[in-house]
Design a protein around this ligand. Structure first.
Ligand code: GLU
Length: 378
């Protein structure tokens, strides 16, 4: 298998989502592993100080809840799982908060559900909150909001949630820390010839056949969910590493370019991936016409589109829809996700952001289309 730019992938990653699984976090269900969590937090602090942005996706709420409630076996009843998650999440975030603070970092709890990521407006809201946190140097600690979801509407496992978060924040890398050294060509517990895969292409179908099934009693993921998560993360241009969570300085060494565990390299670059997504999947719901100044800012300087540069609004669209940005001659120059619905856009067209509050009663964002959500089409 030929794979490009393996060793630079993590070294160049600026925004990294780290996912840790239940058995690591809770010491195989015995209770929160203070030392392990403290270690990851220390390493994250080193990376944040080196101007990287870190997001933690941590499992362990149900496992910790079970330990706190004295339950020896994972319950089958959904409401019991939800109760355990509610109890355990308290301890989990408390531990992250304490450990990150000891390392000089601030943290924020973010609980997401599938619905938050499937609905375009909530997606944008979650995205801008997470982006604001990252800009402030805060480490978001994310888990699924297990208390309010049942099996049908669940993301289900945090490997997938980690990938969805990597898509959401357009991370450069997803690091899945687990109790295995990485991915093997076969199950190493059964096959003595199993070999560790050092690097492969994310999304390569061969990996899925190698990975097989099964998770543990504590968490939901197995190797297959990690492989699928890597494929999903690659969709927005993020490469994935699967590595042993107890490996000394694992996060730091990965970002120094060391090869640890299994690296699954995304085959599309971030910008390309976003462009693809905008052009393939999304229907245009309307357009805004912009003046020459805005054309220059957006096209030549790579800036966001501000309402002050808009001269007309066409169509009926909602926040989060894709709209075209059209120049004064009526030629489409870009498209992107709008922060404002068409009715609001008509009110703030040609207006500076200082007037938004008076006109709308609130301010969502100063930009009509943020540069991160915009692709030039000409
Ligand atoms: N959200 C679940 C928890 O925190 C874990 C899901 C998983 O193990 O992947 O307990």
């Amino acid at each position: 298998m030929t794979v490009q730019n393996g060793s630079t992938t993590l070294r160049d990653a600026k925004r990294i989502v780290v996912k840790v699984g239940s058995s690591l976090v809770t010491n195989d269900g015995r209770g929160l592993d203070e030392t392990a969590i403290g270690e990851w937090c220390r390493q994250m602090a080193v990376l944040v100080r080196a101007r990287r942005e870190l997001v933690m996706v941590s499992s362990g709420a149900i496992a910790e809840g079970m330990a706190r409630l004295g339950w020896m076996k994972r319950p089958h009843e959904v409401h019991e799982l939800q109760a355990a998650a509610a109890v355990g999440q308290m301890g989990l975030v408390q531990m992250y908060e304490t450990k990150l603070r000891e390392n000089g970092l601030r943290s924020a709890q973010v609980l997401l559900t599938h619905a938050d990521l499937a609905d375009r407006e909530r997606y944008l809201n979650a995205r801008s909150t997470l982006m604001s946190l990252l800009k402030l140097g805060v480490v978001p600690v994310i888990n699924e909001n297990d208390t309010v979801v049942n099996d049908e509407i669940k993301v289900g496992d945090n490997d997938t949630l980690g990938a969805l978060v990597a898509n959401l924040v357009e991370a450069d890398a997803l690091v899945i820390l687990t109790d295995q050294p990485g991915m093997y060509t076969a199950d190493p517990r059964r096959d003595p010839n199993a070999q560790l895969i050092h690097v492969a292409k994310a999304g390569d179908p061969v990996l899925e056949t190698m990975a097989g099934g099964v998770g543990s009693d504590l968490g939901r993921g197995g190797m297959i969910t990690k492989i699928l998560a890597a494929r999903r993360a690659a969709g927005s241009g993020a490469s994935t590493v699967i590595a042993w969570g107890q490996e000394p300085d694992v996060l730091i060494r990965l970002t120094q370019g060391e090869s640890i565990g299994t690296l699954l390299v995304a085959q599309t670059r971030k910008m390309q991936a976003r462009k693809q997504w905008m052009t393939d999947h999304l229907q245009l719901r309307g357009s805004v016409t912009v003046d020459d100044g805005a054309v220059r800012k957006v096209r030549d300087e790579g800036k966001s589109l501000l309402p002050i540069g808009m001269t007309a609004v066409r169509g009926d669209f909602s926040r989060g829809d894709v709209i075209a940005i059209v120049d004064a001659q009526g030629v489409e120059m870009a498209r992107g996700l709008t922060n404002y619905a068409s009715a609001e856009a008509r009110l703030i067209c040609r207006k500076p952001s200082t007037e938004f509050e008076r006109l709308l009663g609130y301010v969502a964002e100063p930009e009509m289309v943020h540069r991160d959500n915009l692709v030039l089409t000409r």
